[in-house]
Write a protein that binds this ligand. Structure first.
Ligand SMILES: NC(=O)c1ccc[n+]([C@@H]2O[C@H](COP(=O)([O-])OP(=O)(O)OC[C@H]3O[C@@H](n4cnc5c(N)ncnc54)[C@H](O)[C@@H]3O)[C@@H](O)[C@H]2O)c1
Length: 452
């Protein structure tokens, strides 16, 4: 059933009654939860992926995205009910589907230079099965203007934009909370090529999202929303880092000051820390920087510089802490806790641990690493030796906020280590408790605390 020309209420009715088919391209951490949620609300859903193993698993009713709570059951239930199936054949899927959602990786290097290969590949496949009245939606995060750059590829179908609809509806979520976020943590942002497409796409997302939809005046504006969310986070984390380093100079505890300041409703000081990693926040500012022709996004650039300098600052804190206990860094045994870029997720893009390990080794330290989500091989790839205990350790440097690190038994730890030094790059431990157990405890924004 084609949706262009229907009111949002008619689309919702058709959705619940399974009267149209949605193909979701990319069955990864974002695509599979979305496909399963679509199916759970009644649509016929075809998941498309180039990875045969992923396709086979889904068709057996199995979920491969283990970080996502609730997804096992959602996939099983909807495959069993016949509402969700998967294929590697993207052209076939496009022929069956009335709505095609693109949620494949938009790969970038650390400076936001895009490799849009997977997106263009999917657009080619869709053009092989595109029909009059179909709607193509991009959900993957893209530099403003990217969705519309797909039009010439889609028009290889012989149809002109207007005969099919195009929209952008950015994925506003992250690994581990996708189902919660897709179904109603935040409103969905939608921009479309024309009013009728917009109306139909609003109907689609209002069906699955309790918080509703914010319609935008253009596709490009919808793309900018998601990119700006990332820039906002990056700039504000940089501000927190800058003020935290100022607090270090002035013998203040930055978090104490931030928490008090944030009780005023216009102040939202973020968390300082060991650096900003992942595929999103440190990358999206580069979309803005790279696309600026007349404007000079100085603040955005400076924020990137500050956040990229934080791993080096954590090394400086480690050197300072070891000096305080009279141990030279050269020859010290340092244990880095956390190889992933953040807690609970096995992703390594711009993880702070990597430059920290490298620099500590340049100082001549023996660097060890542990991460509950990682392996010995991961540690070796980062240049550190895997270590699962604290014996003979002179300094612990925390670089990811895994639950296991928040729950560290400091009493036990204080007896196992050789030297009691903790540099907490993720603010996961209670400073008072660490100091009570005899540790020299430093974190970004808290050194020489309380000393004149
Ligand atoms: N992971 C996040 O936290 C997050 C958050 C917000 C937005 N996003 C956006 O979602 C997009 C997808 O991210 P993800 O985390 O799901 O990625 P992912 O790596 O977990 O999954 C991507 C899937 O796409 C498949 N794929 C690659 N090329 C393909 C092709 N040509 N045709 C069909 N399938 C193909 C891969 O085999 C893989 O299964 C990203 O580009 C990003 O813009 C991700």
């Amino acid at each position: 059933m084609k949706l262009i020309g229907l009111t949002r209420e008619e689309v919702k009715e058709a959705f619940k009654n399974g009267r149209f088919t949605i193909a979701v391209y990319g069955m990864g951490k974002m695509g599979l939860p979305l496909a399963a949620v679509f199916a759970d609300h009644g649509a016929n859903v075809i998941g498309v992926d180039i990875n045969e193993k992923v396709v086979e698993m889904i068709n057996r009713g199995e979920n491969h995205v283990k970080e996502e709570p609730g997804l096992d059951e959602l996939v099983r239930r909807n495959v069993e009910a016949g509402r969700l199936k998967a294929t590697t054949d993207g052209v076939w899927a496009a022929k069956q589907a009335d709505v095609m959602v693109i949620l494949v990786p938009t790969l970038t290097d650390e400076r936001g230079n895009l490799k849009l290969g997977p997106v263009y590949d999917v657009a080619e496949k869709i053009s092989g099965g595109l029909e009059r009245g179909d709607i193509v939606i991009t959900e993957a995060t893209m530099p403003p203007g990217t969705t519309e750059s797909l039009v010439p590829i889609l028009e290889k179908s012989g149809l002109k934009l207007g005969e099919f609809g195009l929209a952008h509806a950015p994925e506003r979520t992250m690994t581990g909370t996708a189902i919660r976020d897709i179904t109603g943590q935040y409103p969905k942002i939608v921009g479309a090529s024309d009013e009728k497409t917009l109306e139909a796409v609003i109907g689609i997302y209002e069906t699955i999202n309790r918080k509703g939809v914010i319609p935008m005046s253009s596709i490009k504006a919808a793309e900018a929303v998601k990119v700006f969310e990332g820039v906002y986070r990056d700039v504000n984390i940089a501000l927190a880092n800058e003020l935290a380093m100022w607090c270090e100079e002035h013998g203040l505890d930055a978090l104490e000051v931030f928490q008090a300041a944030n009780t005023q409703p216009y102040c939202h000081l973020h968390m300082p820390g060991a650096g900003v990693g992942g595929h999103c926040i440190p990358v999206y500012p580069w979309f803005v920087i790279n696309l600026a022709k007349k404007t000079n996004p100085r603040l955005t650039k400076t924020a990137r510089e500050i956040n990229d300098s934080m791993p080096h600052h954590v090394v400086e804190l480690t050197v300072k802490a070891l000096n305080e206990v009279g141990r030279p860094v050269k020859g010290s045994n340092i244990l880095v806790l956390g190889l992933t870029f953040r807690g609970g997720v096995r992703e390594f893009m711009k993880a702070a641990a990597k430059p920290i390990i490298k620099e500590l080794k340049e100082w001549g330290a023996n660097v060890y690493a542990y991460d509950p989500l990682c392996t010995r091989e991961d540690a070796e790839r980062f240049g550190a030796e895997w270590k699962e205990d604290f014996r003979d350790i002179d300094a612990i440097v925390i670089t990811a906020d895994h639950k296991e690190f928040r729950e560290l038994d400091l009493e036990k730890l204080s007896k196992e280590v050789r030297t009691r030094v903790i540099v907490d790059g993720r603010n996961v431990l209670d400073p008072a408790e660490a100091e009570e157990k005899g540790f020299v405890y430093l974190r970004v924004g808290r050194v020489d605390f309380g000393q004149p």
